[in-house]
Write a protein that binds this ligand. Sequence first.
Ligand code: 4NP
Length: 152
Amino acid sequence: MIRIMFVCLGNICRSPMAEFVLKDLVKKQNLESEFYISSSATSSEEIGNGVHYGTIRKLNQEKIPVEDRVAKKLKKEDYDKYDYIIGMEKSNIINILRIIGNDKNQKVYRLLDFTNNPRDIADPWYTGNFDKAYEEILEGCKALIKKINLSK
Ligand code: 4NP
C-alpha cells in the first residue's frame, strides 16, 4: 500500500483536486487497492469547509468523481502515516516542514518536481484559473504514478 498525502495552503482548491485526480487515475488503472490517498492544509483558515466551487466545477467537467469532504490540517503524526507528502508550491514545502519538523526519510516533494519541468502550481484561489491548476495537477499526478511504477 502506497500512502500519499497532498498538501496545499487551504485544502479546498489544489490538494483536494490532486486527491481526486490521482484517485481517478489509479482507479482507471485498476490500482485502487494499492493506494491510500488523502489531502490536507498547512493553514487553519479553511478547516471544516467544503471543496471550493471552482475545483468541483472543473472536476465535474472532466467527469472526475468528487467526494463529500471538509478541509483538514496536516498533523505532525501524518509524517509516519504517509510515504509521500506532496505540496503544490515552494511555500507549501516550507509550511509542511514547519509542521512535521525534519524530513528525515525524504518523503516531502513538490508535485511538479516529478515532471521534466519542475515548477510551482499557482493558487487558483488567487488566480481564478482552475483550468491551469487542473492541467498541471494532472501532469504531476501522471509523473508521480510513473515514478512509483519505476521504483517498484
Ligand atoms: P488552496 O487555495 O491552498 O489551493 O486550497 C487556498 C484556499 C484558501 C486560502 C488560500 C488558498 N485562504 O487564504 O483562505
